[in-house]
Design a protein around this ligand. Structure first.
Ligand SMILES: [Zn+2]
Length: 80
């Protein structure tokens, strides 16, 4: 059962935080392996986190994290 890009992007924050259960995490990883688009989203997301953390020396606030996820979803919607 394959996940859609939308599902993967929606779960990306939890994936990065290792907050997904093992099965879901494996499904996301499999999707990322097959899908260059979602890999690009993941790279953007991780780069954003790195920027925020290096700038503020704190974890990305939940609000900012959700904003990034929303932006990714928005971009995905426009792209497809
Ligand atoms: Zn995808």
């Amino acid at each position: 059962m394959r996940m859609t890009c939308r599902e993967v992007i929606a779960g990306l924050a939890d994936y990065v935080d290792a907050a997904l259960d093992m099965l879901t995490r494996a499904r996301v990883a499999t999707h990322l392996w097959m899908c260059a688009e979602c890999r690009a989203y993941l790279a953007t997301y991780e780069r954003t986190i790195t920027l925020v953390r290096s700038g503020q020396r704190v974890d990305m606030p939940a609000a900012a994290r959700h904003r990034v996820t929303r932006e990714l979803l928005e971009r995905l919607r426009r792209g497809s």
